[in-house]
Design a protein around this ligand. Sequence first.
Ligand code: TRP
Length: 329
Amino acid sequence: MTSKRVFSGIQPSGELHIGNYLGAVQNWVRLQTQHDCLFCVVDLHAITQPYDASALSSLTFDMAVSLFAAGLDPDKCIVFVQSHVAEHTELNWLLASVTPLGELERQTQYKDKAQRQESVALGLLAYPVLQAADVLLYKASLVPVGEDQVQHLELMREIARRWNARYGDRFFPEPQPLLTKTKRVLGLDGKAKMSKSLGNTIGLFESPESIWEKLKPAATDPARKTRKDPGTPEICNIFTLHQGFSPPDTVTEVAQKCRTAGWGCLDCKRVLADNMIKELAPLRERAAAFKRDPAGVLQRLRGCADRARTLAQRTIADVRERMGLLKNV
Ligand code: TRP
């Protein structure tokens, strides 16, 4: 165990799919054994865009179940729901006073999202401030994220630097992104990123039959029009999935059989399906057990939120004092 603290967050999009798993959560499961980790379902971030209030709590619950089933273990890390620890919103406000507005307006994610809406909420602009609060509240120094979050991380460091300059030298560490090595997992259509809203996913807990039904028609290297055409594994999404689910020897073999047209795409998918089904079977069983015991899941979340809050309150007390707020004795 090193002294480095790790924090990451995931939007409450319901059950995990294999894209989330390979892109982030598989790595989190490894990290929990190496560092002092907190993983957060960021429901307060989810409300910065139009959303269905009647669905949010079950999406949040399902994401928590997914994280536990994927192997995040409360004995090894803290898995909690953002809104359960009110200190996130408090630090958000305190950091807002040192956040340069121009930097917020320059964030590409903000610009993208704002463009697609008629009326933009302040919360959407402030999204990266809340994200900075998430991480700085625990003085985390490593943030496992994808490439798309790098700009938010830069702003987070800027916020930490500005706060430190005004209120306390080196109080907040400047968090560094820990970029996930896995290639971006595309959807089964082989075009867009795998995403629930596009309906091109395989859920982490799907049945073996359903996994195979989805893999069968999935896009492969378009150069392989017939069984005899050789392919280029590096541009095939099925190969990316092999890298996530198949052992190294198999990955080497798959690449060779593709390049020489030794296997057809369907042969290649059969091997992938077998390995995927094997890796996911225990996760699927754990998920089913959690779903049978929702009270148990809530209790786990509560225990984790209590631990997170204890850490958060220490930081908040120091921040309040340094910022000159009168102690409420
Ligand atoms: N913005 C991140 C995403 O969309 C989610 C997130 C919220 C996050 N707070 C965080 C990630 C803190 C890392 C650290 O993926």
